[in-house]
Design a protein around this ligand. Structure first.
Ligand code: NDP
Length: 327
């Protein structure tokens, strides 16, 4: 009898371990995020919050707007293409809880630093507060490291780093005064490791991680939360507007659903909204094998670098495009 009970407990433990391993293999986010999805707050916890999303005219920012609109957040949608922002606004209102005046379309160029303070004033005039700033606008890159013109480095740092820092500095005094605020930043897997054929992009995302880790410490005194979001390959317009090695040339390629194993934009936005609702510090959003790589880089960097060199540039480049690293 004793033996039987013991085996039952053992079988239960083995079953739990198998289920957990299966879930780990099937995961499309880090463990904390997966836990929050199952047991944590849902995006509707953000209902009524005023959320400003940059880069809301396409891709991850667009789908995050849909998630947050459904959750009942009031939104400010920013990017350069106003017609696309109006399209996103219409879609947000359709069938959801928001009314016309709950969404402000606010054209903004992240590289035009001098316009950022005025933009903040317009938002405060309309909503009287900003609860969450989602720094999502950004462009990637496909280029060989040694061929990149320094002007490309300059423009990418202006967009992916300095624009983000400048806009955040324009918003922070308001949040400090309110003693409450949440800054979300769309970083990247490239903010955690070296992404091949994206030297400048990797530099910008590492820089952004550093800037906001420092703010996490300083901002804590003012009850400011920081969420760094690191997605792996996700379907969006990213490759169409990618920088290359020259400022006069865009990469201009579409993503190909038939060959690329990227996460859907909707799923990435769903997980991002969960990370926001639970105020998680940093989340990784990706399927394997990229997710496994981030774990290796985080906990066993020496080993991960060794594997990276062994796998070789071609396979790594395919991996980062979500092509499984075969051939
Ligand atoms: P998209 O190209 O679909 O979206 C980029 C957004 O940034 C657009 O709304 C674009 O709007 C905006 N943007 C570009 N330049 C400027 C500018 N100068 N001023 C203001 N807004 C600008 O790509 P994603 O949705 O994929 O990219 C969103 C974020 O996600 C980026 O920061 C990217 O680095 C990050 N990311 C994406 C991954 C992916 O695989 N897709 C993986 C990891 C991170 P407009 O052109 O109208 O100005």
């Amino acid at each position: 009898m004793d033996f039987g009970l013991c085996s039952l407990v053992e079988y239960a433990i083995i079953a739990i371990i198998i289920v957990q391993i299966y879930r780990l293999i099937k995961a499309d986010g880090d463990l904390t995020l997966m836990w929050a999805e199952k047991f944590g707050s849902k995006p509707c916890a953000l209902s009524g919050d005023v959320v400003w999303i940059t880069g809301a005219s396409s891709g991850i920012g667009e789908y995050l707007a849909y998630e947050l609109a459904a959750a009942g957040c009031k939104l400010i949608l920013s990017a350069r293409r106003v017609d696309e922002l109006e399209r996103v606004k219409k879609q947000c209102i359709m069938g959801g809880p928001l009314r016309e005046e709950d969404i402000l379309v606010l054209p903004l160029d992240m590289r035009e630093f001098s316009t950022h303070k005025d933009a903040v004033d317009i938002v405060l005039k309309h909503f009287n507060r900003i609860d969450v700033l989602v720094n999502n606008a950004g462009r990637s890159q496909r280029a060989q490291w040694d061929k990149i013109e320094i002007e490309v480095d300059r423009q990418m740092f202006e967009l992916n780093v300095l624009g983000v820092v400048n806009l955040t500095r324009a918003v922070l005094p308001h949040m400090y005064e309110k003693k409450k605020g949440h800054i979300v930043v769309t970083s990247s897997v490239a903010g955690k490791l070296g992404a091949p054929m994206s030297g400048t992009y990797t530099g910008t995302k590492h820089a952004i991680q550093g800037y906001f880790e420092a703010l996490r410490v300083e901002g804590a005194e003012h009850q400011i939360d920081i969420t760094l979001v690191c997605p792996g390959p996700v379907f969006s317009e990213l490759l169409q507007h990618c920088y290359t090695d020259s400022k006069d040339k865009e990469f201009g390629q579409d993503m190909d659903p038939s060959t690329e194993n990227r996460m859907t934009t909707a799923r990435c936005a769903e997980l991002m909204a969960i990370a926001m609702a639970n105020k998680l510090d940093e989340v990784w959003i990706s399927t394997h094998p990229v997710l496994l790589f981030i774990y290796l880089f985080q906990y066993f960097p020496w080993f991960a670098r060794k594997i990276g060199k062994r796998i070789g540039l071609k396979r790594l480049a395919k991996l980062r495009e979500g092509r499984g690293g075969a051939k």
